[in-house]
Ligand binder design. Sequence first.
Ligand code: FAD
Ligand code: SF4
Length: 419
Amino acid sequence: MEKEKYLAETKKALTPLLAIEEAARCLLCHDAPCSKACPAGTDPAKFIRSLRFRNLKGAVETIRTNNPLGAICSRVCPYDKYCEGACSRCGIDNPIKIGELQRYLTDHEQAIGMKVNDKVELNKEKVAVIGSGPSGLTAAAGLALKGYKVTVFEEKDVLGGWLSYGIPPQRLPQNVVENEIDYIKELGVEFKTNCKVGKEISVDALRADGYKAFLVSCGIQKGKNVDVKGADLEGVVNGVDFLAEAKTKKGEVKVGSHVIVIGGGDVAMDCASTAKLLGAEDVKIVYRRTIEKMPASTEEREYIQQHLNIPVFTGFKPAEIVGQGGKVTALKAEGMFDASTMELAADMVIFAVGQEAEDVKAIADLNAADVFAAGDIVEDDKTVVQAVASGKLAVEKIEAYLTGKSGLDEVASVKEVVK
Ligand SMILES: Cc1cc2nc3c(=O)[nH]c(=O)nc-3n(C[C@H](O)[C@H](O)[C@H](O)COP(=O)(O)OP(=O)(O)OC[C@H]3O[C@@H](n4cnc5c(N)ncnc54)[C@H](O)[C@@H]3O)c2cc1C
Ligand code: SF4
C-alpha cells in the first residue's frame, strides 16, 4: 500500500475540458512575458493560442521542437520562478497554469503516439556526451537532429541523472523519463551505461576512436556530509543516497518509524515526502534558518506541511546525533538565534544539506579546445530547465566549433564558468 502511494503521481492531470477552460483564461498578450521568462526558450503564449483553437498538434509541435524533455519539465519546473511568475494574469487574479497545460499536451502527444522530430541522416562528426542528465540528453538530441553521431556515456546503469535517481516518482514517474529517453534513442543517439569517463575510458582513448568533440555534463553528484557527533551511527543516511535507493528499487526500501530530515531545500522536501509515503509513522524537518529563507519551492513546502502533516522546526541546527548499541535514537539540536535546545526521538536521520562536485578535471581537460561543459557544473540556477537551456547552448557551441564558425574565445565562454 505504502509503495503504491509512493509510486503514484500526486498531481492529477487536467481533463480536456479544464485544459480548454484554462487556455481560454489566457489574455493572448502581445508581448508574451511568459515566453520571455523561460530559460529554455519555451513559447507558452504560442502553444496556449494553438490549444485555444483546438489545434493540439500545433501546440505539441511548439513544445517539442524546442525541448526534448517537455513532458519532464511540465512536471518539475519551478514555474512560479519562470513563466507563471511572469504571466500578466498575476496582476488580475492567478497566472495561467502553464505547466499543467504543457503536461496536458505532452500527455496527449504520448497517448496518440505523435512524433514531431524525425530522425535525420547521421553523416557528421562523432560527439561524446559525458553524463545522461537533462543537459546531456538535450545536447544529444539537438546534435543528432543536426546529423552528428552522438554517444552518451553514463557511469550508472540507469539513464537520466537526477531525473531517474533523485526526483521522486510522486512528482516525476519513471515512465515519463523513459519515454523521453526512448524518443532520443529513436533519433539515433547511442547510450553506453556503466561506463565512467575518466575511469573505464579516457577522453584521449575516445579521441583516438574518432570523437571530435566532448560535452562534460556530469552534474553534481555527491551528497554533502555534516561533521556532527554521531553522524556515523546506523540509521543516519545521506538524502540523495536515500532518494536514489528508493527510486531505483521502486519503493522497496526500509524506512524508519521516526524520521528526521535536516535541510530546507527541495531535496529535503523530497526526502520527507518519500519517507512519509513509504510508511514512516512521523517525519519532522529541522532547518537552520527561517521559513522565509527556505530554498524549497513554496508549493512543495505547503504540500509537505498541509497534506502530509510534516512539521518544520526552523532556527535549529544539529548538535549531536544520539545512539544506543550503534543505532541512532535521537537528534539533539540547538537554536541558531537563541540558546534554546531540543531533543527529538528518531530511528532515522536524513541529511539533505546540498551536493558537491567530484573532480571534473579527472574526466577531461576543460581547457582543451574540443571539450565543452553544460548543466549543474556550469549553471548557478541548478534546475532541470536550466540544464535543458545549457544543453541547447552547448549544441550551438559544439556545432560552431566543428564547422569552424567560431573563434576559441567564444567557445571558451561556455567553459570558463566551471567551478
Ligand atoms: C532530489 C532532487 C530533486 C530535484 N528536484 C528538482 C525539481 O523539482 N525541479 C528542477 O528543476 N530541478 C530539480 N533538481 C535539480 C535537477 O535535477 C538538476 O539541476 C539537473 O538534473 C542537473 O542536470 P545535469 O544535466 O547537470 O545532470 P545530472 O542530473 O546531475 O546527471 C549527471 C549524470 O552524469 C553522470 N556522470 C557523472 N560523472 C560521469 C562520468 N565521469 N562518466 C559518465 N557519466 C558520469 C551521473 O551518473 C549522472 O547520471 C533536483 C535534484 C535533486 C537531487
Ligand atoms: S503572460 Fe499569461 S496571459 Fe499573457 S500570453 Fe502568457 S500565459 Fe497568456
